[in-house]
Design a protein around this ligand. Sequence first.
Ligand SMILES: [Zn+2]
Ligand SMILES: [Zn+2]
Length: 149
Amino acid sequence: MGEEKLKKNHLAIVLGIGLGVVLLIVLSLILTIVISRRDRQSFLKSKKDPSERLRKLDKVSPTCTLEKWWATTKGNLGLSEAVDGQFVCAVCLEQVDRTQEIRELLCLHVFHRECLEKWFLGDHYNCPLCHRAYYVSDTPPTNDYVWMV
Ligand SMILES: [Zn+2]
Ligand SMILES: [Zn+2]
């Protein structure tokens, strides 16, 4: 009779340990899911942070007013005063005013500052006009248009 009781006690201990182990596994699983989801959220957040990304754009595409840009470019190209800058932004197809801020790309094409920022934030890393790549992404692009050039 006493042996039977001992057996039951033993069973209870084994069951208890087993339940504890199962509980631990479930808990660690939940924790892993929560952590990975939080990681993904912070990843998405960093990807969506425009100011951080625009700082990268600043490195490859400086901003200035069209007036200022034209003054230096005209001199560099050796154009006469008679040739005046008439620019149409290829993104919005509207004329760029002299006082508006522009972004210049490596290929010397210029666009409205906001237009190119929108273009860049949409994961387009090539010039809207000549399709030359102006920026190399450190993350794989979600839009593979850039690789078709
Ligand atoms: Zn524009
Ligand atoms: Zn271009």
